[in-house]
Design a protein around this ligand. Sequence first.
Ligand code: PXP
Length: 247
Amino acid sequence: MTDRLRLGVNIDHVATIRNARGGDHPDPARAAEIVARAGGDGITVHLREDRRHIRDDDLRRVQDATGLPLNLEMAATEEMLEIALRHAPHAACIVPEKREERTTEGGLDAAGLHNQLAPIVSRLGDAGIRVSLFIAPEPRQVEAAIRLGAPVVEFHTGEYAHAFDDPDASDSLARELKRIADMAALAAKNGIEPHAGHGLTYENVQPIAAIPQLAELNIGHYLIGEAIFNGLEASVQKMRQLMDEAR
Ligand code: PXP
């Protein structure tokens, strides 16, 4: 079992609120400082093609705000590769990106996109950036990550989160949880560090946090939403506590 399950806090939606008024407040760099104070282990941001939340100039300011490792979520494009190489975040998580989607709706097709991903994975890796692939918990995607030599995979927990909210979906909830647990074991057995994220909340986090091979969870929207009611520091601390209790 990986001892401490790390919590990466995705602060994109602090920037969403800032951008709603076009000014500087609330500042994602300030959110990063609070996450560090609250015991978060990393900061995650997604620089989207349309810059709808995090913007280019946020990257350096967020990196400078704390000593926490930065995990940059990025599409597999030449533009994003160049930005990642310039900023040298601790990690880069390659995600699928569709302009019209509201959030990252599915996993990356690492199997189907091997030829597009291979040079990006190796150029990021050569620059000392830890590459993660955001994939569905499926054997063919884990096998593709092995072929690509990715050191990390992040399993998309969106289907699990949907099933958790649906009172008629107890079969699919159990199936999803088993899929994530089995794929975390398969990844770890092949020397890949498994992470998970998307749609995680106080209510649904513990069965995921109990999967022993998982090393990191990345959680954003729910925590920023809770922060409106209880403050960011308290919200991160509560998530941290729930994760620790599940281990
Ligand atoms: N991990 C990845 C790769 C993501 O793209 C996202 C959403 O941006 C998250 C985790 C966090 O998901 P949520 O905001 O639903 O917690």
